[in-house]
Ligand binder design. Structure first.
Ligand code: HEC
Length: 179
């Protein structure tokens, strides 16, 4: 009896780890690591989005934690894309490596904009205006360098939009179809 229970438990553990291993379509190593980092950032965006839109109460600590998680992953993102790690099951396109400078710029921008967003947590929500929105557009496109001083001028409504645009801008350039 005891023996069969142990066997049952061991069997269940094998099934559970098999499920975990295929949860990202069979990815392993650094590819799995970056997929997990991306998924964690998505979870943070689901905290930030409703707060920035006033649909959930402002919570400075929660905002800081979510923005800092994104900044941390932004800082390590280029290390998670070593050359030669494209191809199924990864959805990274070859352009990641042929346009490495632009890919790295977007990773840096993600880190810098989310760091500035975290630093604004105690201000409450501050909406942008035409001028700050145009500055954010230039930083997003890379026509102006996203220095700490310029980012500090942006109201956090614009900083959040900039973070969001950096996710989607990078995906539209460097994330391909599901393999
Ligand atoms: C510098 C480029 C870049 C930035 C910035 C970026 N991503 Fe990604 N993201 C990618 C690439 C490339 C992939 C595909 C990775 C792969 O399949 O190997 C990806 C994949 C993903 C995935 C799918 C993960 C999976 O399980 O397969 C999610 C979710 C995601 N990103 C969310 C985000 C969010 C949220 C942000 C912003 C907070 C963000 N990403 C910022 C490049 C980026």
């Amino acid at each position: 009896m005891a023996k069969s229970l142990i066997a049952l438990a061991a069997g269940a553990a094998v099934v559970a780890s098999a499920i975990a291993a295929v949860s990202h379509t069979g990815a392993t190593g650094v590819v799995l690591q970056r997929m997990e980092a991306m998924s964690e950032m998505s979870a943070s965006m689901r905290v930030l989005g409703p707060m920035m839109q006033g649909r959930t109460d402002w919570n400075a600590d929660a905002l800081r934690a979510a923005a800092e998680l994104i900044a941390g992953h932004g800082a390590e993102m280029t290390e998670l894309f070593p050359e030669g790690t494209g191809g199924a099951p990864s959805r990274a396109t070859p352009a990641v490596w042929s346009e490495w400078d632009e890919f790295a710029r977007l990773a840096d921008l993600l880190k810098a904009a989310s760091t500035a967003l975290a630093a604004s947590a105690d201000q409450g929500m501050v909406a942008g205006d035409a001028e700050s929105s145009s500055l954010a557009g230039e930083l997003s496109a890379g026509t102006r360098a996203a220095t700490e001083a310029l980012l500090a001028q942006l109201p956090n409504g614009e900083l959040f939009r900039l973070v969001n645009q950096t996710c989607s801008g990078c995906h539209s350039k460097y994330r391909g179809r599901r393999n």
